[in-house]
Design a protein around this ligand. Structure first.
Ligand code: PGA
Length: 231
């Protein structure tokens, strides 16, 4: 299974050093992808697979404050989260920008972890399929089928992120089926309050290829239990 750890904007220099030591000591057969802040990416020469939490829509150049896909590649970054709902909300990131990011990453052999998800309001209005289909179709616009297959999709309902609330297994399965209709070969992760307790319920879903973990990525003792219970 793929376990992507989204540290978000957490862990200062020294905290990250001891965190990394702890994380590397966890024995597991799962594919762990650590997604730290850009600064912490620069500070690690870990043997773990590394992902970023964002990428520039542009190549290198006069784009103050941005980090390009080629720069990430030069730091051996193999994955990048794109379209996280926090960026969509706070940075006003659009589906069109996410599409440009996906293409920058694929061009540089970095695997996009493309986040899609509906708000509670959209779910209550029965707009889940519509919203997710739109997010997905625009994000993969002008991407060949062969390249689409390389993209990892992370289904993260916005109302689940950091709230402790997770969808029912039926709700997740329904969404995964819709995603599979568009990108049948892509791996699909679930993200949103996944933890060492609700993994007992989540693991009953056969279609899940892994998890994108936010809060749990920072609690190594609980992450360890999660990994032990994952199959
Ligand atoms: P959470 O975050 O696990 O803390 O809900 C997941 C995410 O935002 O990627």
């Amino acid at each position: 299974m793929i376990i992507a750890l989204n540290n978000k904007s957490n862990l200062e220099k020294e905290e990250f050093e001891s965190y990394l030591e702890g994380l590397e000591s966890i024995q597991t057969d799962e594919t762990i992808i650590l997604c730290p802040t850009f600064l912490n990416i620069g500070a690690t020469n870990s043997s773990l697979k590394i992902g970023s939490q964002n990428v520039s829509i542009n190549e290198n150049g006069a784009y103050t404050g941005e980090i390009s896909a080629t720069q990430l590649k030069s730091y051996h970054v193999q994955y990048a989260i794109v379209g996280h709902s926090e960026r969509r909300e706070y940075q006003r990131e659009t589906n069109e920008e996410i599409n440009l990011k996906v293409k920058q990453l694929l061009k540089n052999d970095i695997t996009p972890i493309l986040c899609i998800g509906e708000s509670l309001e959209e779910r209550n209005k029965n707009q889940v399929k519509e919203v997710l289909t739109k997010e997905l179709l625009i994000a993969i616009k002008d991407v060949t089928e062969e390249e689409q297959a390389k993209i990892i999709i992370a289904y993260e309902p916005i109302w689940s992120i950091g709230t402790g609330i997770i969808p029912t297994n039926d709700q997740i399965e329904e969404v995964f089926e819709e995603i599979k209709k568009i990108v049948p070969k892509s791996k699909i992760l679930y993200g949103g309050s996944a933890n060492e307790e609700n993994i007992d319920q989540l693991k009953l879903i056969n279609a899940i290829d892994g998890y994108l973990l936010g809060g749990l990525s920072l609690k190594l003792d609980k992450l360890k239990i999660f990994l032990q219970k994952i199959h």
